[in-house]
Design a protein around this ligand. Structure first.
Ligand SMILES: NC(=O)c1ccc[n+]([C@@H]2O[C@H](COP(=O)([O-])OP(=O)(O)OC[C@H]3O[C@@H](n4cnc5c(N)ncnc54)[C@H](OP(=O)(O)O)[C@@H]3O)[C@@H](O)[C@H]2O)c1
Length: 271
């Protein structure tokens, strides 16, 4: 029999980047635990398809195509959510993107030289800002829009999806790793700031997953094998692994836990 603390029936969850990959995995497990879901990503069709999958599971779902790096679109998405459901219990800030590139050309070839366009060119300010906007500012924008509703409710669960790269440097990922490290501190700072409103803020650091983001690393045999060798549990991260941890942080099971970052990466972070 399922433990009652994990039951999410009647809860409203917003999941950014919920249309594929890890975000979709989180959507489906939250719905399995009982939550109704607002599915957020830019492309309308995949957002609608995932919402339909949720409805087939007997839950309500609202697809809201949104670019989470744009404040006006984010505000509209939250307004639509409130108009439809009247409250927001759970926010999962999952949308993110990585783009490997050294800060300046290094003068030698690596495996990434063939895999990444313009890898051997100077990193541009636009590329730097894109990584910070996508992996850190987006969470600020969505959380700022959702926060007043959770504060009014005196209750809320926020889960930020970070990476093991937030604490362990990976070659050629300085902008992404810096943004995710910032996301870790955002998580801790917000946990402190909003604890008095009974709002819990935690983060889950994914390891390498076979998603659109992770595909370049997984499909290249050399990169995949070297990564797998370094992972103590010798396995990639599955979207469902991330979904199960999200249910813990989204549910009453974690009511005494806030400001924490847990890594779901087969132990790579401690290797
Ligand atoms: N995969 C890995 O190996 C790995 C490892 C560590 C951490 N992570 C983290 O896990 C999270 C999910 O990654 P993933 O692998 O599932 O990526 P993914 O398969 O590329 O999916 C990304 C999701 O975010 C959405 N998205 C992208 N840009 C957006 C924007 N500006 N506004 C709104 N939605 C946007 C995408 O839909 P649209 O393109 O239609 O907008 C899609 O739904 C990210 O935060 C990532 O940093 C992943």
């Amino acid at each position: 029999m399922a433990l009652k603390e994990f039951n999410l029936e009647g809860k409203i969850a917003i999941v950014t980047g919920g249309s594929r990959g890890i975000g979709k995995g989180i959507v489906l497990v939250l719905a399995e635990a009982g939550a109704d879901i607002v599915v957020v990503a830019r492309s309308p069709n995949p957002v609608e398809q995932v919402a339909e999958e949720v409805r087939k599971m007997g839950r309500k779902s609202l697809p809201v195509p949104t670019d989470v790096t744009k404040a006006d679109q984010v505000e509209r998405m939250v307004e639509k959510t409130i108009a439809e459901f009247g409250k927001i219990d759970i926010l999962v800030n999952n949308a993110g993107r990585s783009a490997p590139k050294p800060l300046v050309p290094l003068g030698y070839k690596t495996i990434y030289s063939e895999l990444v366009p313009n890898f051997d060119k100077l990193i541009t300010e636009e590329e730097w800002h894109e990584q910070i906007d996508m992996n850190l500012t987006s969470t600020f924008l969505v959380t700022r829009a959702v926060g007043p509703h959770m504060i009014r409710q005196r209750k809320g669960k926020i889960i930020n999806i970070t990476s093991n790269q937030s604490t362990k440097p990976f070659l050629f990922h300085i902008p992404y790793g810096s943004a995710k490290a910032g996301l870790n501190m955002f998580t801790k700072g917000l946990a402190l700031e909003w604890a008095r409103f009974n709002i819990h803020v935690n983060a889950i650091g994914s390891g390498l997953a076979n998603t659109e983001l992770g595909r370049m690393y997984v499909e290249n045999e050399k990169l995949r094998e070297s990564t797998l060798r370094a992972i103590p549990l010798r396995r990639l991260t599955e979207p469902r692994d991330m979904g199960l941890l999200t249910v813990y942080f989204a549910s009453d099971a974690s009511n005494n836990v806030t400001g924490q970052i847990i890594y779901c990466d087969g132990g790579l972070v401690i290797a």
